[in-house]
Structure formats: structure tokens, C-alpha cells
Design a protein around this ligand. Structure first.
Ligand code: B1M
Length: 217
């Protein structure tokens, strides 16, 4: 293995092993000789995919996934200035938020991190976001994808309100809507009129990529 591959491998391993200081140290070393885009695509993104797979297979649990996500975010922070300078073509733009009345934002933050890791430009509106704020953000930020999260049985139906609001404003064809959160499922996503549903953060990144393909085709 070349010294470069070795460094990328070490970054991957530190993220999967939730070692944020090591992830940062190896990323800083890698940046001395490597483009940020290569580090992102060959270390950070594969690492979070591995973490997502381990979570889906029951080999990692939520606290571990959060710690791994923190390690990945710490490494990503180092890459951000170089990525911005390199003017890398983004995978797409996403506006994300948890619907009104719902303060749960941990899962949504993880989804944002996975999307950033997958190369998306992500704007999070936070939690407890009124439908009008989502609609306003679609108007002003012009995202490719609007992501809606909900954790409560009582708040999930608000997603339908957001989607209807987009329709009323003539914006529905301009943006793909993806939904998720512990109380969601494909049946509810269809009922609310969403374009896609993802059960977890890793699946959300895959879904966002797939939605971008349908946008382009
Ligand atoms: Co609340 N809470 N909570 N809570 N809370 C749940 C959700 C609950 C299941 C607990 C329970 O009763 N067993 C229950 C909901 C029941 C229901 O409606 N079916 C519940 C309740 C009832 C409440 C309150 C009403 C309690 C009360 O006050 N009586 C209250 C509501 C407040 C409000 O929102 N108005 C409340 C409050 C809170 C806290 C503030 C204390 C805290 C939230 C802190 C925060 O988020 N900043 C909290 C927490 C932490 C939980 C639990 C314990 C954990 C949620 C979490 O963060 N999970 C939760 C019980 C549980 O899930 N075991 C519970 C970890 C996170 C990584 O998973 O969010 O599912 P999750 O995200 C996943 C996927 O769902 C998916 O990807 C993520 C990562 O893989 N995903 C998406 C999420 N969003 C996505 C979007 C996508 C795609 C995928 O595309 C856009």
C-alpha cells in the first residue's frame, strides 16, 4: 500500500472507530499532499458508508453512529476551506428541517452530515420549522431536494401540509421531497405525496443521489 493509500485508510479507520482526534490528525497530514476532494471521496464518504452499513446490520448502535458522525464532521471541517476553493461541483443542494411542533433534531443532523459527506450542499433549518419557512426556503435557496424529518406520530402529518403548500405556490415540480424519521414509512411517504422515504441516514444519502439522477434524466 502506498503512503497515500495508507493515510486514507487510516482516516477511514479512525472515523469508523469513532476517534475524532486521529481522524483530524490524519486528515491534516493527508491535506499536505492531496486534494481535499480526493480525501472526501476516498476516505470520508466511504467511512460513513461503512458506518451506515454497520448500523443497518446491527453491528453499530445510535451512540456509536453519532460519535463516528462527529469524527467525520471534525475531519470535514478541515477539508471545507479547500473544497470551497476547489469549486467542486456539488452533488446537489438540499434544504432540510424537522417539521413544526417537533423538536427532535438528532437524526436529522445525522442525515445532514451523511448528505454533506456524500457531496451535497446542505442547509438545515433546524427543528420545529413551520410549513411557510420550508416554502420560503425553497423559493430563496432553490434546492434540488427538500428533506422533511418527523419523530412524532402527531407531527408527521405536517409533511403533507408542507407538500400541499409547495403545490399551491406552484413550486412542487421544482423540488424533490424526501421524508424520514422514526414514525415514517413508505406508505405514509406515498400518502403525503413525497418523492422518497429513507429509514436512516445512510439510506437518505443513497436516496438523495437517486433523486438527483431522476432530476437529471
Ligand atoms: Co422524544 N419521543 N419526545 N425526545 N424521543 C421519541 C421520538 C419517542 C419514540 C419516545 C417514546 O415514547 N418511546 C416518542 C414518540 C412517540 C410517537 O409519537 N410515536 C417521543 C415523545 C412522545 C416525546 C415528547 C412528546 C415527550 C413529552 O414531552 N411527553 C416530547 C416532544 C417534544 C416535541 O418535539 N414537541 C419529546 C422530547 C424529546 C427530547 C427533547 C427530550 C429529546 C429530543 C432532543 C433532540 O432531538 N434535540 C427526545 C429524544 C432524544 C427521544 C428519543 C429517546 C430518541 C430520538 C433520537 O434522537 N433518536 C426517542 C425514542 C427513540 O427513538 N428510542 C423519542 C436517534 C436518531 C439518530 O434517530 O431520530 O430516528 P432518528 O433518526 C434516524 C432515522 O429516523 C432517519 O435517519 C436517522 C439516522 O439514522 N431519519 C431520516 C430521521 N430524519 C430523517 C429525514 C430523512 C431521512 C431519514 O429525510 C429527510
Amino acid at each position: 500500500m502506498s503512503p497515500v493509500d495508507d493515510l486514507l485508510e487510516k482516516i477511514k479507520r479512525s472515523i469508523v472507530n469513532m476517534e475524532d482526534q486521529q481522524a483530524v490528525e490524519f486528515t491534516r497530514k493527508a491535506l499536505e499532499n492531496h486534494p481535499a476532494e480526493e480525501i472526501l471521496n476516498q476516505a470520508l464518504i466511504p467511512a460513513m458508508e461503512m458506518v451506515g452499513n454497520e448500523y443497518e446490520q446491527g453491528r453499530k448502535f445510535i451512540p456509536e453512529m453519532l460519535l463516528a458522525a462527529e469524527a467525520m464532521t471534525a475531519a470535514l471541517e478541515l477539508l471545507k476551506p479547500a473544497l470551497a476553493r476547489a469549486d467542486i461541483k456539488k452533488a446537489g443542494k438540499v434544504v432540510m428541517g424537522t417539521v413544526e411542533g417537533d423538536v427532535h433534531d438528532i437524526g436529522q443532523r445525522m442525515v445532514c452530515i451523511m448528505l454533506e459527506g456524500a457531496g451535497f450542499e446542505v442547509h438545515s433549518l433546524g427543528a420545529d420549522v413551520p410549513a411557510d419557512d420550508f416554502i420560503q426556503a425553497v423559493k430563496t435557496r432553490n434546492p434540488d431536494i427538500l428533506g422533511l424529518s418527523a419523530l412524532l406520530t402527531t407531527t408527521a402529518p405536517r409533511m403533507k401540509g408542507v407538500i400541499e403548500g409547495l403545490q399551491k405556490q406552484g413550486l412542487r415540480d421544482k423540488v424533490k421531497v424526501m421524508v424520514g424519521g422514526a414514525v415514517l414509512n413508505q406508505r405514509l411517504a406515498d400518502e403525503y405525496g413525497a418523492d422518497g422515504y429513507a429509514p436512516d441516514a445512510a439510506a437518505a444519502a443513497r436516496l438523495a443521489r437517486a433523486l438527483m439522477e431522476t432530476t437529471r434524466s
